[in-house]
Ligand binder design. Sequence first.
Ligand SMILES: [Zn+2]
Ligand SMILES: [Zn+2]
Length: 149
Amino acid sequence: MPQLVNSACAICLQRIASDFDAGFCRTCGLPVHSACRTPAAEPIAEGACRECGAAIGSRRAIRERLNAVEDDERRAREQDRLRADAPTEAEVRTRRQDAHADVITGVVAIIGSLLFTVLAFAVNQSMVILATGAIAFGLFRIVRGLKRE
Ligand SMILES: [Zn+2]
Ligand SMILES: [Zn+2]
């Protein structure tokens, strides 16, 4: 017996959510909502099932509708996945703070080493010390911070 829940109602073509309010028609075998069955008093359209009123001739339309439902679900799953992969606001904020900290550390290192150079020169005019290591470190942190921003 095919699965009733999640199949498309042969009449309204909407998904059947539970087997409480739907069933397979005993005449045509198609899944239909109880509420969608054509009442016995109403005339049945030509080419339709005499019991439930489903358009038996349009199985292809039902299949297409089912495929569309599956496509929708696949797209929804895909979107869920993308949303899960995307960084959260907090992660973005943390990353930006890290980047700022990098830039500030770099600027402080460079200013510090330049100050040191100036002070050393002030103390002793014959002494010019350029703290290239600290400046390189500072530049590295600034570049890294700007790249991460
Ligand atoms: Zn229905
Ligand atoms: Zn039927």
